[in-house]
Design a protein around this ligand. Structure first.
Ligand code: OSB
Ligand code: MG
Length: 371
């Protein structure tokens, strides 16, 4: 495929309900979408960098110029046999993994469209339906949170994950467990604690959690291994796993027993797959994380989740939990059994609603080969 042009677009989409983590309450998303134009095909990618450099150092205002000035020029004008080849072309740029993933993943979509096969098959996926959980943010009251959990359980979701932070943790987990003693339950601290809080973190052990996600510093692996030795609950790393070596290192030193794979955080499908394979070879289950994606990122997460070692329910859920109207058709829907059935159309499996995207676009820029 000959890469002729890349279009960057920022769309703005209000969330149906605010989403609060230990670092921020988000009401509306600013999403960077990328279109690759090649051989008459239009292929899409979503950059999961946030509105602020809080989850990671990347944010929409770092990703846009990095793609424009470095990543797009590295691939434009080239003829690639596979999307995978783009990784080496962009390798000179250090970090900026979410920006790289947006480019690489759009190229995977292009390759799948060109070969007329579903993206999930091109990635080597084997599962025909994926298992879904939900991530529920910090609410204004515990009652509100319990109500949300009730709604999601009734919808069929197979795992509930709640966001925690100091002051919204043990008290909250206690209330959840006293109402639902058996459900698959986990929590995500997004780095809200330090090792000084070990005695407090030990209290989490009483709730029979599937895992505690990223309790310590966003860039730490070593101290998580010290913490894992002290806890019965499995630690799952999210923020601090940037590439396959991080995953291997974390497993070498027993820093976690589960890994959350976010394709944007690790720089694209190629690296995500490598991490998946490393975990599979060590019998470590993985699951697919979410970044409040629009339908395009959501479709890519579904495709990734069909790899066999995605053995735990992911944070990949229905479009309607986030958006009044999603930018793909059909929207992502979840069955009453808490699954998403993969689609067998070529490419990402969903039609991109360009009319709606046009309406939501606040800026756009097309970069061409040699320009
Ligand atoms: O830590 O998994 C996280 C959203 C934004 C930033 C970080 C995280 C999250 C989520 C949302 O938990 C998951 C979703 O998209 O549903
Ligand atoms: Mg997380």
């Amino acid at each position: 495929m000959k890469i002729e042009a890349i279009t960057l677009r920022e769309i703005q989409m209000p969330l149906v309900h605010f989403f609060e983590t230990s670092f921020k309450r988000t009401f509306s998303r600013r999403i960077l979408l990328l279109t690759v134009h090649c051989d008459g095909i239009e292929a899409w990618g979503e950059c999961v960098a946030g509105e602020d450099p809080f989850y990671s150092s990347e944010w929409i205002e770092s990703s846009w110029p990095t793609i424009k000035q470095y990543l797009a020029p590295a691939v434009l004008g080239r003829t690639l046999a596979t999307a995978h080849e783009s990784v080496a072309l962009m390798a000179k740029v250090r970090g900026h993994r979410m920006a790289k993933a947006a480019v690489e993943n759009a190229l995977w979509d292009a390759e799948a469209q060109e070969k007329q096969i579903p993206l999930w098959k091109l990635l080597g996926g084997t599962l025909s339906e994926i298992s879904c959980g939900v991530s529920i943010g910090i609410q204004d009251s515990i009652e509100q949170l319990l109500e949300k959990i009730q709604t999601e359980l009734a919808a069929g979701y197979r795992r509930i994950k709640v966001k925690v932070k100091p002051g919204w943790d043990v008290n909250v987990l206690e209330r959840i467990r006293s109402r639902w003693s058996e459900i698959l339950l986990s929590c995500d601290a997004n780095s809200a604690y330090t090792l000084d809080e070990l005695e407090h973190l030990r209290k989490f052990d009483q709730f029979n959690l599937l895992m505690i996600e990223q309790p310590l510093w966003h860039d730490d692996i070593y101290y998580h291994s010290r913490l894992q030795q002290e806890l019965r609950t499995a630690i799952c790393l999210d923020e601090s796993i940037h590439h396959a070596r991080d995953a291997a290192k974390a497993l070498d030193i027993n820093a976690c027993r589960i890994i959350n794979i976010k394709v944007g955080r690790v720089g694209g499908f190629t690296e995500a797959r490598t991490i998946h394979d490393i975990c599979a070879s060590r019998n470590i289950p993985v699951w697919c994380g979410g970044m409040l994606e629009s339908g395009i990122g959501r479709a890519h997460n579904i495709a990734l989740s069909t790899l066999h070692n995605f053995r735990l329910p992911g944070d990949v859920s229905a479009s309607k939990r986030y958006w009044k109207e999603d930018i793909i058709e059909p929207e992502v829907e979840v069955t009453p059994q808490g699954t998403i059935a993969v689609r067998n159309e070529p490419g990402c499996g969903f039609r991109v609603r360009k009319d709606l995207i046009e309406k939501l676009t606040v800026r756009q820029e097309t970069i061409r080969a040699g320009a």
